[in-house]
Design a protein around this ligand. Structure first.
Ligand SMILES: Nc1ncnc2c1ncn2[C@@H]1O[C@H](COP(=O)(O)OP(=O)(O)O)[C@@H](O)[C@H]1O
Ligand SMILES: [Mg+2]
Length: 291
């Protein structure tokens, strides 16, 4: 007997290896009922993402640069199925993040800008707990956890210390290790190095590059560190007020503002300033419907 597909069933998309991430017309507003609890502004709709479109090539590192409040975390949360968009289309390896969120979750992992752990447990215990939730074999998790933390430069003593005894930078390394434990094919990193000391920054950046190079993972990261974007990213987008205002390879972006100067001499901070009219270090005002 032949199996027939019910006439109205939506065909299951298949994995499209060539397209880790395609975003079209993504738009998201918050409120007025759900304004951030700390906000003192009158209740208005905040426009966090406005018609955002871009795509990320397989095996590449894509960087999104924007000031505080520009919409970076909202974008990452939308890509990782945690926030529902108002409009637009997000595909992860061909799967729609809203219609096929379970398939998407198996392919991605995320490092949030503000990770949390069991503070009375050690890094290794936290990672083992997380591995168990993901159904990974305990011994394998232990081996990989130590291996990844070693590579990130968290020493063996600190791997066994309670998380609450560790610095923010050290905790961020545990967050990175946790996300890579599941070997995701698309990694979403929300400001993975913000607040880290220069040495820890380099450790995390080196690890990200290694994972991309050796495992062919695709990486989407947000940052407001221009040097980091330059060093790590194949392509960069500038986000201002929830809108992508410029996009390209670091070289292409520099060329846009170089004028008569040699392209290599153009500083990325200046490129951001020239293309967005603002500094990435200044926090953004909330953009509301009135604007
Ligand atoms: N859950 C929420 N409820 C209401 N407003 C939010 C919420 N999350 C973010 N926002 C607002 O959306 C805008 C973008 O925030 P966010 O995506 O966190 O920016 P970034 O990560 O670039 O700092 C800000 O104005 C912020 O206050
Ligand atoms: Mg953020």
């Amino acid at each position: 007997m032949s199996r027939s597909t019910p006439a109205l069933a939506r065909p299951e998309p298949s994995l499209d290896h060539a397209r880790p991430l395609v975003v079209r017309g993504l738009t998201k507003s918050f409120g007025p009922g759900t304004r951030a609890p700390w906000s003192t502004k009158p209740r208005r709709r905040v426009r966090a993402l406005r018609d955002v479109s871009f795509q990320v090539d397989a095996g590449s590192v894509y960087g999104l640069i924007g000031a505080n409040g520009s919409g970076k975390s909202t974008l990452i949360r939308t890509l990782s199925t945690l926030v529902l968009a108002d409009a637009g289309d997000v595909r992860v390896f061909g799967y729609d993040v809203q219609l096929h969120s379970m398939q998407v979750r198996r392919l991605i992992n995320r490092v949030s800008a503000d990770p949390s752990f069991f503070r009375q447990m050690s890094a290794l215990e936290n990672l083992q707990f997380y591995g168990r939730i993901y159904g990974l074999p305990g011994r394998e998790v232990r081996r990989r956890a130590v291996e990844i933390l070693d590579r990130l430069g968290l020493d063996r003593y600190r791997q066994r210390a309670m998380v609450k005894e560790l610095s923010r930078g050290q905790q961020q390394k545990i967050a990175v290790a946790r996300a890579f434990l599941t070997s995701p094919v698309l990694m979403l990193l929300d400001e993975p190095t913000t607040g880290l000391d220069p040495r820890s920054k380099r450790d995390v950046q080196a690890f990200v590059r290694e994972v991309q190079r050796d495992h062919g993972a695709t990486i989407f990261l947000t940052t407001h560190d221009m040097d980091e974007a330059e060093v790590l990213c194949d392509r960069i987008a500038f986000l201002v007020g929830g809108r992508i205002v410029a996009e390209g390879t670091p070289l292409e972006l520099r060329r846009q503002v170089a004028g008569g100067r040699p392209v290599e001499s153009v500083d990325m901070e200046d490129v951001f300033m020239a293309l967005t009219g603002r500094s990435v270090e200044d926090d953004e005002e909330e953009t509301t419907d009135d604007e």
